[in-house]
Ligand binder design. Structure first.
Ligand code: DAH
Length: 340
């Protein structure tokens, strides 16, 4: 019996050592220790062993079983350690490798400024109105107190589609649509593309404006000035001041050009402000009573102010761009530098 057990042990250990993986090891376990295993068969045969030999034989069987189990466990642990080592090896990373940089898209500078303006004005309670790029002569000019023979039409070289239809030259056209559709109080900004036959370093045939209109009881130039003071600090930085200069627009009376104190030099004079300490940023004024009356707004009760901002101009000033074409050439070397 002892011999038989030794044979089983030697055979099992040989099989354990030669098993190539966990599955094979499990097969060995079943062959020896399983229900139909060799050692189990010996145990089952215990009944045939003489009663006085049973304790001795029982002890041998247990010893054999213990040795085989230990070997099985050792081999299993070795397989698991090897598996882990292989996994670590395959997942090894070289932390000194340069990172793979990914190209990140971003919003166009004009869109960035447009969104900033929308954020600022909506925080002040303005609604957004987006008009259409094709307008009638009436909305773009006549209703804005610029009749057919008005000299101010020369200020804006217009792309006519027909005698009646044109590409809007100014988002001011939106003012009329808003006032026709809505009774005061009105507080609206209207961003959008505008078109003029104009082309040089600071002008492009297509550019973007944002019109603003406020109509309510008791609105004066002071309200415009107060709102502008807040607006310029938000877009150009705290401490930026405004200065109003008399100007002319047919749809406002009085009309003003609005300058901001130079946000680059703080007003002492630099290249950006051409040594003057001030930079012109937008046109504005008190809405001409004729415009209000044309929209059936009672001027004995209501008054308003309006302003028009050139978005490319703001972007050029903010990001130090000296030619408007750079904004439309889609040159990534330029665009990638601007992410506000
Ligand atoms: N529409 C003008 C332009 O395109 C800008 C402007 C000036 C708009 C004064 C206004 C305003 O509302 O009051 O040059």
């Amino acid at each position: 019996m002892k011999e038989k057990l030794e044979q089983i042990r030697a055979h099992a250990i040989h099989a354990i050592e030669n098993s190539e993986n966990l599955e094979k090891l499990n097969e060995v376990r079943m062959d020896v220790l399983g229900k139909k295993g060799e050692l189990t068969a010996v145990l089952k045969g215990m009944k045939d062993v003489a009663a006085e030999d049973r304790p001795k034989v029982g002890q041998w069987v247990n010893e054999t079983r213990a040795v085989i189990e230990t070997r099985l466990e050792e081999k299993k642990a070795a397989f698991e350690a090897e598996k882990l080592r292989a996994r670590y090896e395959s997942e090894k990373i070289d932390v000194t490798m340069p990172a793979v940089t990914c190209q990140c898209g971003r919003l166009h500078p004009v869109t960035q400024v447009r969104n900033q303006l929308i954020d600022i004005f909506s925080a002040m309670g303005f609604e957004i109105y987006e008009g259409t790029e094709i307008e009638t002569d009436y909305y773009n000019f006549t209703a804005l107190n610029t009749p057919q023979d008005h000299p101010a039409r020369d200020m804006q070289d217009t792309f006519y589609l027909s005698p009646e239809f044109l590409l809007r030259t100014q988002t001011s056209a939106g003012q009329i649509h808003v006032m026709e559709a809505k009774k005061p109080p009105i507080k609206v900004v209207s961003p959008g593309k505008v078109f003029r036959s104009d082309d040089d370093a600071t002008h492009s045939p297509m550019f973007t404006q944002m019109e603003g209109l406020v109509v309510d009881r008791g609105i004066t130039l002071c309200d415009l000035k107060g709102m502008l003071d807040e607006f310029v600090q938000k877009i150009f930085g705290e401490g930026t001041k405004t200065r109003l200069r008399p100007s002319y627009f047919p749809f406002t009376e009085p009309s003003v050009e609005v300058d901001v104190s130079c946000f680059q030099c703080g007003g002492t004079g630099c290249k950006l402000c051409k040594g003057t300490g001030w930079i012109e940023v937008l046109g504005a004024g008190v809405v001409n009573h004729r415009v209000l009356e044309g929209c059936n707004i009672d001027t004995s009760e209501y008054s308003g102010f309006a302003f028009g901002i050139g978005i490319e101009r703001i972007a050029m000033l903010k990001y130090g761009i000296n030619n408007i074409k750079l904004l439309f050439e889609s040159d990534l070397r330029v665009l990638e530098q601007i992410d506000d």
